[in-house]
Each structure stands twice: as structure tokens, then as C-alpha cells.
Design a protein around this ligand. Structure first.
Ligand code: MRU
Length: 359
């Protein structure tokens, strides 16, 4: 069964809007009766990203690209192109303030601003409508390329899934996190298409349960054999020999291969090393940040205490307890067996291999 989840979709032409699956309410919806969020302006999109209605590094990047198209719609026809560029810069800054860790957001905004600046430099007599067209075309290109990168990651990564093996994954790096079949889940979808037998363990991923709510849901939709576990069970399963491979996604990869991903990924990498289990990161080239030499420089999002003091809507801790809630942690490159990108596989990643791989 192929993946049919459309996490985000631009509806219409330059005067269109972005339709997102509202992931906050998953999985308590029937198949085919998903709840959608239609976004007509930048503030709504910023809120959708902050509240995790749309989430996952590549999906956030694509959303930001379309966000710049929404920003361009608000520019008055009579504005001159230099002022239009300034107005777009302001909206790009607003979008950039939504979440700090996933570099795909900033990568996409830079790409959209470069597109606007280049278009204006090359077309001094153009109208605002022409500029809007150029921006929508670029946002659509980011979306299409992401879909292709996911597919390529799936094809490279599929070879790393042992026949009949068990894979552990964390958070959600699937179709719901991208414009295509995902990053960490892409090799699983491709293996499934090829008829290769394998089994997946999905960590529930406290505090927001992306593994339980999203990964378990989308793998079931795809007909993939999945078992849900609590985060603190992974070590025991490894000790029992029940995990052959770990594959997770990434939010930002520094030049030396240190990788930020959902909180809990660091612990898994240590456990995998202790049990001699290969640990793979799957991510497109848009997730690398070569400006950062190592993982210590990656900004880590701190989220609201409420996410830790409750389970869903139910309070589970004293109201006034102190809380620490970092949303991501950083895996040392030395603990990563390989990084799977759309271009292939970087084994034992380091700065030289990554630079050569990305060209
Ligand atoms: O807070 P989230 O749900 O946006 O975190 C998502 C992750 O950590 C994913 O693993 C990562 O973005 C890769 S998605 C292909």
C-alpha cells in the first residue's frame, strides 16, 4: 500500500492558501476524516508551526516557503519592488521566529528571499503579480524537491533494513513530517513496497507523543507491522536482542555530523552503541547546517512546562513544580553509524565526508 497522506497542500493559484493536516488532533480521527487547517496569512502559519499543527523539520521548511507566498499576497499592487522586498524580509523574520531548531525553516526562508531578490534584480519593470508568481513557483519547487528527496532517502536506506529485522524509531519522521514519504520512515515504506519482511518498534516520544499519535498511526495506515513502546523500554528491548537497527530523522546536522533530533534521541544513540546496534540518521541535504562546526552550537527549543505536567489534557504533576522541557537533544557524530541522505549514505560521518557528500 503506498503512502497517501497529504500533510500539506497549496490550494489554488497566487491568490490561494495552504491547507495543513492539523496534527494536534491525530490520531483521534477516522481515516479519511482528517481535520484540516486552512492558512491564509503569516500569523496563522506561525501559530500552526508553534503549536505543532504542522511539525517535522522538512514540513516546517515547506510551510515557511508557502508562508512567503502568503506574505507576497498582502503586498499592495502599487508598492514598488524595493519596498516589496523589505516587506517580505519583515515577514520572513516573523516566520523565522516560530521555532528555533529545525534548520529547514531558515534554509527555506533564505531560499525564498534569494528568489525574491534575484527576481527583482533581473526584472526591474515587473509587477507585484509577477513577483507573487515567482515566489509561488519557488515554494512549489521546495515542496516537489522534498518529495523527491524523501523517495531517494527511502531507496538508499532500504538497503540498511535487514530482511526480517526489527527497527526502532523515535518521534515522527514520516509522511506527516515531510512533503513526501518521510525520512526515517521512508526506507520502511520502500522496503514494504518491495515486499521485504521487517518489524518496527515506535517509541511513544514523551512529552507530546509524536511516536504514539503520529508514527504508529501513519505506519498502520501504510500497512506496516508496528509495535508501540514507552520511551523507557528501548534499553530492555535492545538487551533482549529485539532491535536490529535504529533509524531516526534530524532537525539540524552540524558540519561534523553532530545531529539534533527529538529529545530522547541522544539516549537511544548511547544505548545503541552499548548494544552494538547500528544507529542511522535519515535526512535531506536541507537539514545540514554547515555554518555550525559542531552540535554544541545548535539552538535547542525550550517548550512550555504544561507539556510535561500533563498527559494530553490531564494534569499529572503538581501545578507549581519546576519543569525543564528541551524539545531536542544532540547525538554525537561518533555514535552515528551512517547518515542517509537523498544523495546516498555517509558512513561514520565526519566533517570531510559530509562536505564531500554534499558537494
Ligand atoms: O517537535 P517536532 O515534532 O517537530 O520534532 C520532529 C522531529 O524531531 C523529527 O524527528 C525531525 O524533525 C525529522 S522529521 C523528518
Amino acid at each position: 500500500m503506498s503512502v497517501k497522506i497529504k500533510t500539506l497542500e497549496w490550494i489554488g493559484d497566487i491568490d490561494g492558501f495552504l491547507r495543513l493536516i492539523d496534527q494536534r488532533v491525530l490520531p483521534h480521527v477516522l481515516p479519511r476524516r482528517l481535520v484540516y487547517m486552512d492558512c491564509y496569512d503569516v500569523p496563522t502559519l506561525v501559530e500552526a508551526i508553534r503549536m505543532l499543527a504542522v511539525r517535522g523539520a522538512p514540513a516546517i521548511g515547506i510551510t515557511a516557503g508557502y508562508g512567503m507566498s502568503l506574505a507576497a499576497q498582502k503586498i499592495n499592487d502599487h508598492t514598488d519592488l524595493a519596498q516589496a522586498l523589505q516587506a517580505l524580509r519583515k515577514q520572513a523574520d516573523v516566520l523565522a521566529s516560530s521555532r528555533p531548531t529545525a534548520v529547514n525553516l531558515f534554509w527555506s526562508l533564505d531560499r525564498m528571499m534569494t528568489c525574491a531578490a534575484t527576481f527583482i534584480a533581473d526584472n526591474s519593470g515587473a509587477s507585484i503579480i509577477d513577483l507573487q508568481r515567482a515566489l509561488l513557483l519557488e515554494a512549489r519547487a521546495i515542496h516537489t524537491e522534498d518529495r523527491q528527496m524523501c523517495q531517494a532517502i527511502g531507496e538508499h536506506g532500504e538497503k540498511l533494513i535487514p530482511e526480517g529485522g526489527s527497527i526502532l524509531t523515535h518521534c515522527n519522521a514520516g509522511a506527516l513530517a515531510t512533503g513526501g514519504i518521510g525520512t526515517a520512515l521512508a526506507p520502511m515504506y520502500v522496503a514494504h513496497e518491495h515486499g521485504k519482511p521487517f518489524h518496527v518498534y515506535a517509541d511513544e516520544t514523551r512529552p507530546l507523543l509524536q511516536g504514539a499519535r503520529l508514527t504508529a498511526w501513519e505506519l498502520l495506515q501504510g500497512g506496516i507491522d508496528v509495535t508501540l513502546i514507552c520511551d523507557n523500554m528501548a534499553g530492555m528491548l535492545m538487551k533482549q536482542g529485539k532491535i536490529d537497527t535504529v533509524i531516526t530523522g534530524a532537525d539540524r546536522i552540524a558540519a561534523n555530523g553532530d545531529t539534533a533530533n527529538k529529545i530522547g534521541t541522544y539516549g537511544l544513540s548511547i544505548l545503541a552503541a552499548a548494544h552494538d546496534i547500528p544507529f542511522y540518521i535519515a535526512a535531506p541535504s536541507s537539514t545540514f547546517d554547515l555554518k555550525l562546526s559542531c552540535g554544541n552550537q545548535i539552538p535547542i527549543e525550550q517548550r512550555s512546562p504544561n507539556e510535561v505536567t500533563s498527559f494530553g489534557d490531564r494534569p499529572t504533576a503538581p501545578e507549581d513544580v519546576k519543569v525543564y522541557n528541551p524539545a531536542f537533544d544532540v547525538v554525537d557524530a561518533s555514535k552515528i553509524t551512517a547518515i542517509i541522505t537523498e544523495k546516498g549514505i555517509i558512513e561514520n560521518p565526519d566533517a570531510d565526508k559530509i562536505a564531500a557528500h554534499l558537494g
